[in-house]
Design a protein around this ligand. Structure first.
Ligand code: NAD
Length: 235
């Protein structure tokens, strides 16, 4: 397992956490918007492990502003990380898979914000929406090489598991922010997914159980996107 992040501490602490749980992991610092760094990261992974079987495009900048307020610089950075970073990692990992004849699996982390018009989050929602068709198009390009490309849609996430992980990594427990809306009450299943629910879906997409699944989006969103808009769950 290789943990890649632009923040060195995130990459190394993630790898160390996996090793403490009995796995094998390597932390690599890399800015996914920089093609030379992405190439160097893929070369390092190939040198250490010989091949890449699975890529999860998870790096992202969350949150943002609406179209009236968004400065160009912030827009460009968010689009670069969320959309171009996924393109660059997919391009260089897929090349490595093709060279080695690896029938790999590439997973793109989207968001429910990519499926619906979201107010106050123009670059995030636009980039995540772009990733849905990036996934379908890359799946078409790579199908003849036996490489599958699918996206996974998370949504607003229950904060408890992430907070426990922060503490396990020796970081301060993040403060529980009480927003004006109770998201859990707004989704059909009346509770929010946790990171483990996303992880299990990613493991499925990475595995041979999904051998005939490509160009698809797997939503792990407690029914949020499927909901008919005027229906208020629990009302
Ligand atoms: N948290 C949620 O509720 C939620 C909901 C829907 C979708 N998502 C998606 O899940 C993914 C992970 O989100 P998260 O909540 O864990 O966010 P997070 O901010 O905790 O993690 C994102 C990581 O990406 C890294 N990153 C940022 N820019 C980078 C760059 N240029 N190169 C390499 N790494 C970079 C950050 O350092 C950070 O560690 C994102 O793609 C996000 O859009 C999250």
């Amino acid at each position: 397992m290789v943990c890649v992040d632009v923040v060195a501490d995130n990459a190394t602490q993630c790898a160390a956490w996996i090793e403490r749980r009995g796995g094998q992991a390597l932390g690599v610092t890399c800015d996914v918007t920089d093609e030379a760094q992405v190439q160097a990261m893929v070369t390092r992974v190939r040198d250490v492990y010989g091949r890449v079987d699975v890529l999860v495009n998870n790096a992202g900048i969350l949150g943002g502003l609406g179209v009236l307020e968004m400065p160009l610089e912030r827009w460009s950075r968010q689009i670069a990380v969320n959309l171009t970073g996924t393109f660059l990692c997919t391009k260089h990992v897929a090349r490595c898979m093709v060279e080695r004849g690896t029938r790999g699996s590439i997973i793109v982390i989207v968001s429910t914000a990519g499926h619906q018009g979201q107010a106050g989050n123009i670059a995030y929602a636009t980039s995540k929406s772009g990733l849905l068709n990036f996934t379908r198009s890359a799946a078409m390009d790579l199908a003849r090489h036996g490489i599958r490309v699918n996206s996974l849609t998370p949504t607003a996430t229950d904060p408890d598991e992430g907070a426990e992980r922060a503490v396990a990594w020796g970081r301060a427990r993040p403060e529980r922010r009480a927003g004006p809306l109770d998201f859990a009450k707004m989704v059909p299943m009346q509770k929010l997914p946790s990171p483990r629910h996303y992880a299990r879906a990613a493991v499925f997409l990475a595995s041979d159980d999904a051998e005939m699944v490509t160009g698809c989006d797997l939503r792990v969103d407690a029914g949020a996107v499927a909901k008919y808009w005027p229906w208020v769950p629990g009302a």
